[in-house]
Design a protein around this ligand. Structure first.
Ligand code: P6P
Length: 330
C-alpha cells in the first residue's frame, strides 16, 4: 500500500496553505541538505570556516552552506514574512512576501554540527510562528511575542535514514525520505513518548556546574536500584540535540541541558526560538513534558531572538520527580 506523502498528510491535518507551503519548502531544502551532508567528506566540507556566528561559535562550512540554502528556498515562499536563523544575527525580512503574510520561520539549519567531523548524527530544527501583525518590517519583538503561537514545529535528522518528525498542532508524525521517490513518506502518524524509561541524556562533564535539583536528580539515576529510584538507569549523550531528543520519541527517557554556574552558560546552551520551543511543542504533543528551571518552556517570554534557555524534555512521569526536587530547593 502506498505510504502517505507529506503533502497529503498536511491536507489531512488541516494545515493552512501558508503553513503547508513552508513545510514543503523546508522538506525540499532538507532533501538537498541530506545530499550535501552525505557528500561532505568528498567535497572537503567537514572543516571549520573562518567565520563565527552571533553566538560566538566557529561556523562550519556546512553551517553556512545549509543556512544559505534554507534562506534562499524560503525567500521564494510568499507566506513567509520573515525568518530567524541560528547563523544570522538579525531577523531576515522576505521582500517577496504576500501582503497578508504573517508567518515567521525560526530554524537551526544544521544542529549538532560539532559532530560533522566524526560523521555523527546531525539535523535541522524548525518552528513556524504566526505573528500578530503583518507589518512591512518584522522586528525581533514581533517574532518574540509570537513564540507562544507556534503553527508547526519539527526536525529532520540526517542519520542512516533521513527522517522528519513534525506536528502542525495535533499529533506528532514521523516520515522517512524515500531515496527512490525523493520525497518524505509517512512511517508513523501518532508518535507517543513511552511513559517509563531508564535512560537519561546529559553532558556529565559539567556536573560541578549544575543546580542542586538537577544534581540530586542525576545522583538518584546514578545510584540506580541502590537509591530512591530502585531501578538502574542508562546514560546516553550524542552531543547533538536532534539525535538525543529523537531517542526520547523512540523509546522514552529524558534530555537535559540545564542552566549552569559557569560564565556564559547561566541559561544553558540551547536557543529558545529554534531549538527549545519547537522541541517543546513536539514533546508535549507526543504526551511528554518540556520544562525550563522548572517553568514550562512554551510559556517562556524570551527577550532576544538568540536567547538561550535551560531545557528538560521528557516523559511526563519522570518530570514530576524533577519538579518535586525544584520545590525542595525553594
Ligand atoms: P555540549 C550542538 O552544538 C548543540 O547545540 C546541541 O545540538 C547539543 O545538544 C549541544 O550543543 C551539545 O552541547 O556542551 O555537550 O557540546
Amino acid at each position: 500500500m502506498q505510504k502517505q506523502t507529506l503533502k497529503d498528510w498536511l491536507k489531512g491535518q488541516g494545515a493552512t496553505k501558508g503553513v503547508s507551503d513552508i513545510l514543503l519548502a523546508i522538506a525540499g531544502s532538507c532533501i538537498k541538505i541530506a545530499k550535501i551532508v552525505k557528500n561532505a567528506p568528498l567535497d572537503g566540507l567537514i572543516g571549520a570556516s573562518s567565520q563565527t556566528n552571533v553566538q560566538g561559535e566557529v561556523q562550519k562550512d556546512l553551517d553556512i552552506i545549509t543556512n544559505d540554502l534554507m534562506v534562499g528556498d524560503l525567500l521564494r515562499i510568499s507566506s513567509v514574512s520573515a525568518m530567524v536563523s541560528e547563523e544570522i544575527d538579525e531577523v531576515i525580512q522576505n521582500p517577496n512576501k504576500s501582503k497578508n503574510a504573517n508567518l515567521t520561520v525560526c530554524f537551526d539549519p544544521l544542529d549538532g554540527s560539532s559532530n560533522i567531523d566524526n560523521n555523527g548524527i546531525i539535523g535541522t530544527i524548525f518552528s513556524v510562528l504566526e505573528l500578530a501583525s503583518n507589518s512591512k518590517n518584522i522586528t525581533s519583538n514581533d517574532v518574540l511575542s509570537a513564540s507562544k503561537n507556534q503553527k508547526a514545529a519539527g526536525y529532520f535528522i540526517y542519520g542512516p535514514a533521513c527522517l522528519l518528525m513534525v506536528s502542525v498542532g495535533n499529533k506528532v508524525s514521523m516520515f522517512s525520505l524515500s531515496e527512490k521517490q525523493q520525497r518524505f513518506l509517512l512511517v508513523d502518524g501518532d508518535i507517543s513518548i513511552a511513559k517509563n524509561s531508564n535512560e537519561f541524556a546529559i553532558n556529565m562533564s559539567y556536573q560541578r556546574f549544575w543546580d542542586s535539583a538537577i544534581a540530586k536528580y542525576i545522583e538518584q539515576c546514578l545510584l540506580g536500584e541502590m537509591g530512591e529510584r530502585k531501578k538502574n538507569f542508562n546514560m546516553r549523550w550524542a552531543g547533538s540535540m536532534v539525535a538525543d531528543v529523537h531517542r526520547i520519541f523512540m523509546h522514552g527517557g529524558v534530555f537535559i541541558y540545564p542552566s549552569m554556574d559557569k560564565k556564559g552558560s547561566e541559561n544553558g546552551k540551547l536557543r529558545f526560538l529554534y531549538e527549545a520551543n519547537p522541541m517543546a511543542m513536539l514533546v508535549e504533543n507526543a504526551g511528554g513534558m518540556a520544562i525550563s528551571n522548572p517553568a514550562p518552556i512554551r510559556e517562556i517570554s524570551a527577550t532576544n531572538i538568540h536567547q538561550r534557555v535551560p531545557v528538560v524534555l521528557r516523559t511526563s512521569g519522570e518530570v514530576e520527580i524533577l519538579l518535586k526536587l525544584y520545590q525542595n530547593i525553594k
